[in-house]
Design a protein around this ligand. Structure first.
Ligand SMILES: [Zn+2]
Length: 293
């Protein structure tokens, strides 16, 4: 096989006796648009805004997770089922070999299912050693979600621990507290031009808002109904989210990772209502949403 670059966004590829044209525009669209360059330093792209098993199996919303770009650094967070496919299907194309790392907040399937194929994509099928994986130790120990032979292609693996701080190129972040969730789980506090907190799956607990003080908040709000004291479900409800937002008072608060009942209630309506009640800019994320900061 040989390549011939053409000036019009296509390259000619020779397979044996055949010659085909293939688009290589993908690599050109990773940059900010001209008018965004002066005002924004980064963005969060929501490839998926669904969570929990019914939404995973029906794909009522995508469960692909999110991409964070800051300056020249790209991190993918929680590549759930469909991440690889959704990224390639998106109108605004992203080249996965430009990823610097992947974060798993925890090992549940709706957060980690595509991690192996994403590492393969980041490392060009394992031929280029590249990228760092950040994840809790229990994602690698008992019942691991990352294959050993895939992990070998990474530049490094860093295990997330309570109260630690991590850096990768332009991005620094901390994992302030271990969450109340059936497996080892951490939220992320990104220390960028703004502080952006990402509260991953957890049951609400009293000190939770204090750990995530920030300018901008992203939270996994899976539930419509509040969770009872003895309920086995360990997720935030819309009520918990309201409590967190009123305490932190961020510039903007984005809800994502919706379960079935939340989707039925139309998250944008709940966001509007909450915005009125709290006076804070509340956004319900939707699949494909890009939020610049
Ligand atoms: Zn979970």
């Amino acid at each position: 096989m040989s390549f011939l670059q053409l000036g019009n966004g296509f390259k000619k590829i020779h397979y044996g006796g055949q010659t085909v044209k293939e688009s290589h525009r993908k690599s050109l669209t990773w940059k900010f648009k001209m008018n965004e360059r002066s005002t924004t330093k980064g963005f969060v792209k929501f490839f998926g805004t669904g969570g929990a098993r019914f939404v995973v199996s029906t794909q009522l919303r995508s469960t692909a997770g999110i991409l964070l770009r800051y300056l020249n650094t790209n991190l993918y967070i929680d590549p759930g089922p469909g991440a690889l496919v959704r990224i390639h299907a998106a109108k605004e194309r992203f080249n996965l070999t430009h990823l610097d790392g992947i974060i798993l907040t925890h090992k549940h399937l709706d957060h980690s299912n595509d991690v192996n194929v994403m590492i393969e994509a980041m490392t060009e099928g394992g031929f280029k050693k590249r990228g760092v994986l950040f994840c809790p130790q229990d994602a690698l120990d008992d019942d691991p979600v990352v294959r050993k032979y895939v992990m070998k292609n990474l530049d490094g693996v860093q295990t997330l621990r309570e109260g630690e701080r991590y850096s990768i190129k332009d991005i620094t972040f901390s994992t302030p507290v271990r969450h109340v969730h059936p497996v080892e789980t951490y939220g992320i506090k990104f220390l960028l031009n703004k502080t952006i907190s990402l509260i991953a799956d957890t049951r609400y607990f009293e000190q939770l808002p204090e750990f995530y003080s920030c300018d901008c908040l992203i939270a996994n709000v899976l539930r419509k109904k509040p969770i009872e004291e003895n309920d086995v479900i360990a997720h935030l409800s819309i009520e918990d989210f309201a409590r967190i937002v009123t305490q932190i008072k961020p510039e903007v608060a984005i809800m994502t990772h919706f379960g079935m009942a939340m989707i039925r209630e139309k998250p944008y309506l709940l966001a509007e209502q909450l915005k009125e009640e709290t006076g804070i800019d509340i956004i319900a994320a939707y699949d494909g949403m890009r939020w610049n900061f």
